[in-house]
Design a protein around this ligand. Structure first.
Ligand SMILES: [Zn+2]
Length: 377
């Protein structure tokens, strides 16, 4: 399954209708939730699917959209029950204000896609398809962004592709704060610099928002501006990560990385959420793109990758501020992150000749290794 996201340009009338449907959907969610709570208080039981189906009958919503409301609620209640049966804390799902009801989901039918998008009961909605949709469209979601834009997301069943043959080398990759990634061969992928300009812009619009009277007309306008800048930043970041992942996958057949699920990475990232989120997104992209690129992603234990000497394997303590690995046992002097990336590669290819180069020659060449930028774009 693959997802495609396109911008929608509903007419004024369609936009009013879409908002109206989101409103109904919100009302339905809240009503179903209220009735379920009432029943639970009396009988310690939730509404059944058929009871909920009865309650959503006769609304203006397309029938499958209405069904999706109680299916979502049912799924959420079941998850709460599982938590309860495990003795975990649980509570009912929340009532939703209109702001939180953002999308309409069509799980099977009610829409068709040609040059325009046709969705029941809204009719034909103008769409910008910046990419060709390949494969069979399965589901459709229409989404209202916080910035006021409308998007549509299709999930598409892809035809299985014959994987490409990739003759690239194996490489170790160390995710970082200053650079996005450092590779075991000395190449680096920088963090995109143009972000600082966007972040200044964000700070500016946030400052303006804070000066407005809450809930006033100008406050609402300023809030939309903030959402828009957030959206621009998120898109720019995603776009950059896509490009960086493509560059890597077209150059290497095997990419070794640290397993992010292991706790040590959190320390390494100083708990900085944005880096953490970027790393996760980047890792996911590499994983799902790898198969069609003919590459393989291997995860290794991140324990001590930055302390271990990639030449003699001695553990050298160093602070986060120390940018150079300097090994008193074997004399290796090397960029800290390149050393870590080599360790990561070694762990993924343990026992293979390419990963264990440790001799005078290797030491000399590694001394010369200065981080060289990898061009993304
Ligand atoms: Zn050493």
């Amino acid at each position: 399954m693959r997802a495609y996201k396109f911008r929608l340009y509903p007419s004024k009338k369609q936009e009013e209708m879409l908002k109206h449907h989101l409103w109904i959907k919100k009302e339905l969610w809240n009503t179903l939730l209220e009735k379920t709570k009432e029943k639970y208080e009396k009988e310690q039981k939730f509404l059944t699917i058929s009871e909920m189906a009865e309650l959503v009958k006769g609304t203006e919503l397309y029938s499958q959209v209405a069904q999706s409301v109680f299916r979502d609620l049912d799924k959420s209640l079941k998850a709460k029950m599982r938590a309860k049966s495990k003795g975990q804390k649980w509570g009912f799902p929340r009532f939703k204000p209109f702001d939180r009801m953002k999308s309409i989901h069509y799980p099977q039918s009610g829409f068709s896609l040609a040059r325009k998008l046709s969705v029941s009961p809204f009719g034909e909605i103008a769409i910008v398809q910046h990419r060709e949709v390949k494969g069979k469209v399965k589901t459709l979601t229409i989404k209202r962004e916080a910035s006021g834009k409308w998007h549509t997301i299709f999930t598409v069943e892809e035809e299985p592709k014959t994987p490409k043959v990739n003759n690239g080398a194996a490489v170790g990759l160390d995710l970082g704060l200053n650079r996005l990634a450092t590779l075991s061969d000395g190449k680096v992928i920088q963090n995109p610099h143009h972000f600082s300009r966007l972040e200044q812009k964000l700070a500016e619009v946030q400052r303006r928002l804070s000066r407005k009277h809450k809930r006033s007309h100008n406050w609402l306008k300023a809030r939309t501006r903030v959402a828009l800048v957030h959206e621009i930043i998120a898109n720019a970041r995603k776009d950059y990560l896509h490009k960086a992942a493509n560059v890597l996958l077209s150059n290497y057949s095997k990419i070794a990385m640290e397993d992010l699920r292991i706790g040590e990475m959190i320390q390494k990232g100083h708990g900085k959420g944005i880096h953490d989120a970027s790393w996760r997104m980047f890792t996911n992209m590499l994983c799902y793109k790898a198969a069609s690129a003919g590459s393989e992603i291997v995860f290794v234990d991140p324990k001590d990758t930055s302390k271990e000497c990639s030449c003699c394997h001695a553990l050298i303590q160093k602070g986060l501020w120390e940018r150079t690995h300097h090994c008193p046992s074997c004399g290796l002097v090397m960029d800290r992150d390149i050393n870590a990336a080599i360790n990561i590669l070694t762990r993924a290819t343990a026992g293979m000749a390419e990963s264990n180069a440790c001799g005078d020659e290797a030491r000399l060449s590694s001394l010369k290794q200065e981080a060289a930028p990898f061009r993304v774009r």
